[in-house]
Design a protein around this ligand. Sequence first.
Ligand SMILES: *Cc1c(COP(=O)(O)O)cnc(C)c1O
Length: 398
Amino acid sequence: MNLQRLRNYLEGRTESRTQPVCAYLYDLAHLRERADRLRQSLPSRCKLFYAIKANSDEPILKALLNHIDGFEVASLGEIRHVRAIDDSATIVFGGPGKSDAELEGALDERIMLIHVESEHQLRRLDWIARCRNQVADILLRVNPASVPQQATLRMGGQATQFGIEETQIPAMFEFIRTLPGIRLKGLHIHAISNNLDAQTHLALMEHYFNLAEAWQRGYGLEFDWLNVGGGIGVNYANPNAAFDWDSFCKGLSMLIARRRPGFQIVFECGRFLAADCGYYVAEVTDVKTTYGKHFAILRGGSHHFRLPVSWQHNHPFVVLARDSWCYPFSRPGVHDAQVTLCGELCTPKDILARDVTVERLRAGDRVVFLLAGAYGWHISHHDFLSHPHPERVFLDNC
Ligand SMILES: *Cc1c(COP(=O)(O)O)cnc(C)c1O
């Protein structure tokens, strides 16, 4: 996080009474540095991909190109976003609802691996590939029977729409042998989201290795790839207690040295790569007290930044005080108090942080929400109530 770049931007902006600040700022230099650092600390045999659904803006994809090993996409639209910035970047393609058009698009666009999520998807891909005299390289997406820990969201270890149940996988191996349009290259397991603990994530990796190796032995298979998904978390409750990536990498490198897997390991991270490069900054337009509680109203809200509402958390923020005050009457504000940060929408759900303690917050100050680079703008309902969109600024130093 580099708040200085953000301060510089705000200082360079012309102050305007009629246009309170409302902006997303993305620090591209920081994003590149982060990608380099994460990728370099991974053990050999590991690849770092970026799951673009976290933030698919063109400058973000361009900044990451050549600083990661490839892109994970989940729709034909996302395939096109990547192809728009590079014709030859490595792409892998997941998603439970791939249409025939998307499967055909994937073959047209030279996707490296298609992650197959059901028997019907497998049959359709085989059929489409054979009609084109092609063979599709795939990973089977496994929904493991158990996942050894808790997490904010779970896609596996329980009944969900994702992937193929563990007990049904052996039958898929046998079935694939009869499909000339399919070449099985390994497994894909993305079972949890936002895990904050490096040790339990390591246990998860070991569990996936066990599954892959037992199946290789049992069915005479040789996998080239084990895709272990994303799901490495970002600590919104305490940004200073981040997922311990270095000890995770150390443990992983010991695991790999011990097991000597024949396959390569793919990480497809979204949140862990992109969250930290983005800020959402909104100016306070009003402060008031009703029935004993303080509320600050922001120019902005959950229509731009739905993440805190979606996850029902108080999003971390800092206050950037602004001294100038243009009105000939007093400035509303609170001191050493608990305040609820609300957006401008006409719904009581438009809250970004509830009853949070601030030293001082006044109309005209700016609230900067941290860790807003992933699943921020891209998951939000931008046109609800027809307020102007935020400025979207991509800061770079080159
Ligand atoms: C969303 C998603 C990811 C990225 O998850 P993060 O939690 O952002 O790391 C990776 N793989 C698949 C299949 C996904 O759906």
